[in-house]
Ligand binder design. Structure first.
Ligand SMILES: Cc1cc2nc3c(=O)[nH]c(=O)nc-3n(C[C@H](O)[C@H](O)[C@H](O)COP(=O)(O)OP(=O)(O)OC[C@H]3O[C@@H](n4cnc5c(N)ncnc54)[C@H](O)[C@@H]3O)c2cc1C
Length: 309
């Protein structure tokens, strides 16, 4: 009898990608494992073969390259604050990383894993037994969205806190796919479809996250959650202005993908805020009501603009 592989600790990128291609239907990469393993216990993650990429050294390097700071995807959220460039130029990213989960989880969770953590919904992040009792939802092979009663769209929430700030700062990611490296805007990998929230080849690996140093960003980050100590986002906001007065507003926790609104300092602040509120497809799938979260977008964005001025 051939024994099925359950776990591999890959030593190199090439080995991880080779193994992934050889087990395309049954594998999942894990970095810190703080998202994948919890989903596995809830019966929301079916991969039987885990390829652990946490030992691949070339994913751990952080360095300056031209006008960019390149952060290795395996850098742990808790270690980001040790980087002097991040402290000096991107404090809002550190704030976002610090708002993820709890101290112990942040010592294991990685930045790359955070960008790809699974969307969430009060009707999906439940036990197998609970989901079966309600007849399952669109995100787990059911035929109805329990939050809206609709049959077409899944509105599971995009919850990565660091992605919201990174997108507001025009971050790119370096992706290795079949040993070829490409650099794409982080924003471009999110689809807006709650069932398959990412346009990202399953065997691809994020090598690094790249932040422009020359734009001299000023950012304000805010997160609404039930408990300050440990909770996923009910609403995350980032407002960033660069040195030439370009504004980028990004919202998380209120749509299946990050909501992005761009403008300039000459634009009416109220108009930008109202665009952001209109764009967010908020449904009742969180501990806070749809109406409250909608209201809070305006409150947080107004406060962010005041702080930036
Ligand atoms: C109690 C609790 C609270 C949490 N609270 C928050 C929160 O407030 N905010 C938040 O954003 N998250 C939260 N999380 C989710 C999770 O801890 C974080 O998103 C974390 O950063 C995920 O990183 P990881 O390295 O553990 O990812 P993993 O679980 O290892 O992986 C997550 C996904 O990314 C893929 N992946 C990982 N690294 C790479 C890579 N380099 N290239 C390609 N694919 C990769 C994996 O295949 C998987 O699909 C919480 C989790 C728990 C258990």
């Amino acid at each position: 009898m051939i024994k099925e592989k359950l776990y591999l600790k890959a030593k190199t990128l090439e080995q991880a990608i080779y193994e992934a291609n050889a087990h395309i239907d049954s594998f999942r990469y894990i970095a810190g494992g703080t998202d994948v393993i919890v989903n596995k216990f809830q019966g929301n993650e079916e991969s039987s073969y885990l390829i652990d990429i946490s030992g691949i050294d070339e994913l751990k390097n952080t360095f300056l390259i031209g006008n960019f700071l390149s952060i290795g995807s395996l850098v742990r959220l808790d270690d980001l604050k040790k980087n002097k460039h991040l402290v000096q130029h991107f404090p809002a990213l550190l704030e976002a990383a610090h708002s993820v989960a709890s101290p112990m989880i942040r010592k294991t969770a990685t930045l790359g894993g955070n960008l790809l953590c699974e969307n969430r919904c009060s009707f999906y992040n439940q036990s197998e037994w609970w989901r079966e009792a309600v007849g399952y939802c669109l995100k787990c092979d059911g035929d109805i969205c329990i939050a809206t009663g609709g049959k077409k769209n899944c509105f599971s929430k995009f919850v990565s806190d660091t992605a919201v700030v990174l997108i507001s700062m025009n971050a790119n990611i370096e992706v290795i796919e079949n040993n070829i490296s490409t650099i794409v805007p982080l924003e471009s990998i999110y689809t807006g479809d709650g069932v398959s929230p990412r346009k990202f080849n399953k065997t691809a690996i994020i090598k690094s996250i790249q932040l422009p140093m020359h734009e001299e960003f000023k950012s304000v980050y805010k997160k609404l959650r039930q408990r300050e100590s440990l909770e996923f986002s009910s609403l995350t906001t980032a407002v960033t202005i660069n040195k030439s007065g370009k504004i980028k507003i990004v919202l998380g926790g209120v749509d299946p993908k990050p909501v992005v609104v761009e403008g300039a300092t000459k634009d009416e602040k109220e108009e930008l805020i109202s665009q952001a509120i209109k764009k967010a497809r908020i449904v009742d799938n969180d501990v806070y009501s749809r109406e409250y979260r909608k209201e809070m977008i305006g409150v947080y964005l107004n406060r962010s603009f005041e702080e930036l001025v």
